[in-house]
Design a protein around this ligand. Structure first.
Ligand SMILES: [Zn+2]
Length: 390
């Protein structure tokens, strides 16, 4: 059995960015060319939880970025997650195994690691930190003294690479016969992509950095763990929409909430694509639905009851079915190229392929390519098989 699996998640890495990577890496891997996040919304917390658990948001319960990791008892924790991660399963089956998860973002690190991870680190006020939920590594202060991050946009990848190698070394991952799991989620591309858009030179520059990170991690693993003893899975939590120009536009989520509160007199909370009513009334849902359908940018609106009878063969409906966990009162979907929640730059979250289609590259098993459609839950499936998990 392999000694170590590494999941490398590049936040907001759209499938087409693969052309900018070292083709040698792709040629020596197994590439799933048609792998998607088949749920809405295509956001960071939702995507990471789906990758780590292998079940859709409908089941794991992480349906938005906020709230996601907040915890009154521990500050931050995975308590909202309703399904164990693969890391948890490894720890249950092999208690001597180690699970490590690192990112600039708390939600990426926490939902990748799960409940039983040994080390879960993210960045807060320029320092690596963890919460009272997890063990505080005895070397954390030392590492914080050694590495610092000034520019999360363009220095974040280099910073995380150095920290990742150091943590793997200090925790001895891949050094014994108990299988270990390490997840590194590179956040910088997401920050840069939101601001500059997918067609910018800034995004290209950071994608090239991701390429360097992959190459350096492989070199590190060859040396420290040995070829054949590890696998590396490269993927992403979601893609990104083009910056709206002559098509599409911006939908201001906050303004929309204000409008509904003021014009319709309904107390709502909007977190795309969800509408939460503070008081549930069937007539209120109908009124809000009609109001939303009057917007030029709206594609579809469903009440919670309507979600129960959607058509799984329709591509938008099927993504709504996978994403809806029963808590929202309405679901609304904007037309393609309309970005919701941002008033400049761009974002993600939609059911369209620019947001759902991501790379899934598996290095260390067989080589080849599959063009068959696949759900990103495939990552957990591959790991369960590699680790002999039930
Ligand atoms: Zn983002």
């Amino acid at each position: 059995m392999i000694r170590l699996a590494v999941i490398l998640i590049a936040d907001q890495f759209r499938y087409d960015y693969l052309t900018l990577l070292d083709q040698k890496f792709l040629n020596s891997s197994f590439v799933y060319t048609n792998c998607h996040h088949k749920h809405i919304p295509t956001f960071t917390a939702v995507g990471h939880a789906t990758i780590s658990t292998g079940v859709p948001p409908r089941i794991h319960g992480i349906i938005s970025n906020f709230p996601s990791v907040e915890d009154p008892k521990f500050g931050k924790s995975p308590r909202r997650l309703r399904y164990p991660t693969v890391g948890d399963e490894i720890k249950l089956k092999y208690p001597e195994s180690k699970v490590v998860s690192i990112s600039l973002k708390d939600r990426s690190a926490i939902f990748s690691g799960g409940f039983l991870a040994d080390v879960v680190l993210w960045l807060e006020d320029g320092k690596l930190t963890t919460s009272r939920y997890y063990r505080k590594p005895e070397w954390l202060d030392e590492i914080n003294g050694k590495y610092s991050l000034k520019d999360e946009f363009f220095e974040g990848n280099r910073f995380l690479l150095e920290v990742f190698k150091e943590v793997l070394r200090r925790e001895g991952l891949g050094k014994d016969t108990f299988p270990d799991l390490a997840i590194l989620s590179l956040s910088s591309l997401d920050l840069v992509g939101h601001k500059y858009g997918p067609n910018s030179d800034e995004v290209k520059r950071v994608v090239k950095q991701v390429d360097t990170v992959i190459r350096e991690i492989l070199r590190f693993l060859d040396k420290e763990v040995g070829k054949g003893n590890y696998i590396l899975i490269f993927t992403s939590d979601h893609g990104v929409a083009p910056i709206p120009k002559n098509f599409g536009g911006y939908v201001d989520e906050e303004k929309l909430g204000e409008e509904i509160r003021e014009i319709l007199g309904m107390d709502v909370r909007i977190s795309y694509p969800w509408v939460f009513l503070n008081r549930e009334e069937a007539s209120a849902k109908k009124t809000i639905k009609e109001y939303l359908l009057g917007k030029e940018w709206i594609f579809r609106v469903y009440t919670d009851e309507e979600v129960l009878s959607l058509n799984p063969k329709d591509f938008v409906d099927s993504l709504v079915i996978n994403g809806f966990d029963g808590s929202a009162d309405l679901v609304f979907i904007a037309k393609p190229y309309w970005v919701v929640g941002y008033t400049r730059g761009t974002t993600h979250g939609s059911p369209y392929s620019y947001d759902t289609h991501v790379p899934l590259v598996v290095y260390g098993l067989k080589k080849g390519k599959s063009q068959e459609g696949c759900y990103i839950t495939k990552v957990a499936e591959i790991l369960r098989e590699a680790f002999n998990l039930p």
